[in-house]
Design a protein around this ligand. Sequence first.
Ligand code: SAM
Length: 377
Amino acid sequence: MKLKEVTEGKVRIFVPDPKEYMIEGKFDPSWAPVFYNPKMTFNRDLSVIVVSLLKPKIILDALSATGIRGIRYYVESWKSEQLILNDKNSTAASLIQINVKNNGIENAKIYNKDANALLYEIKSEYIDIDPFGSPVPFILSSINATIRNGIVAFTATDLSPLEGSSRTSCRRKYDAINYKLSSSKELGLRILIGKIIREAATLEKTVHPLFSFYADYYYRLFVIVESGARKADENINKNLKYFGECPRCGFQTFVDENCKTKCPICGENFIIIGPLYIGPLHNMEFLKRMIDTYSDFNYLSSFNRIQKLLNVIEKEAKYKSVFYNISKLASKLKVSAIPPIDSILECLGDASKTHFAPTGIRTDKGYEEIIRCVKSL
Ligand code: SAM
């Protein structure tokens, strides 16, 4: 395998030379013998900040590929007592050896195993699950492998089922009924969290989001794992529900059951999806620490983007409701000119933008207030 050295963050990593794996002048990272995707740098950059705050004794990067993620945690975030890197692809495991050495890391343990097998052998305080597509095959094993209120970080790139475009796939993988709705960008993340809560409950554990976001073509979610059947039951009872959107007037609400419920505004049957998680998408204290800390990472290539994302998330995190997609709402209401988002925010007074969609607004003011603003502008 011909290698090329690249710099990301503060590390230098050998990756398969993209020139060797071009097909008709194009390169897709999944065609190379070991996976390295520069488009995921933003995901890794933010994860570096998260890990720098968590300072776990043990870090397990269960699906490492080149090893870049775990190596960056060790070099840029925090020198954990144990760094464990694993990939079932033997070429990847050999490349991880090279990259670990190249970055002067002496004490890393490198495995060439199926991640699920490894996760039933060893325990860790921080586990990273960054798979191709869905993280579902690794939910149970990773939750099971956490110790001391550990953290699991999940990446999900299978947005098609999560956002309701592939409904049967969502039913199969996430055991949830789904449709493409106006705010599916956020609802997809909530379906993923709902699935993790239900899987964790089978182990008499539960999870709460620490920090989460949507970017490009994926969700990234950090959850804290807690033990106890009672806590698992409480979380299910309080935070797992269904979501309804009225196809006629666009009214949205959480509902208790997946049954035919009528919209209280216009009487149309709701489109119901779920089960999904209805609680906060971040731990507010942790979010504040992220905001206080990220400027220490101004060397990151995505620093400006991180700043923008955290600024929006800081504002939107205080609202409990799912965002309203103003362009979709305006089209349902047959309002021809979509009002500028800033004007809607001004009209509502207590509202924010959302990072999930450029035409979204988040507010806990009611549907009627939003409609009044959309129609009056
Ligand atoms: N975390 C890496 C990064 O940030 O660059 C990318 C990981 S890549 C998306 C997924 C990796 O998981 C691939 O290298 C693949 O070989 C590995 N993989 C897939 N299924 C696995 C399994 N069951 N056990 C261990 N590794 C697996």
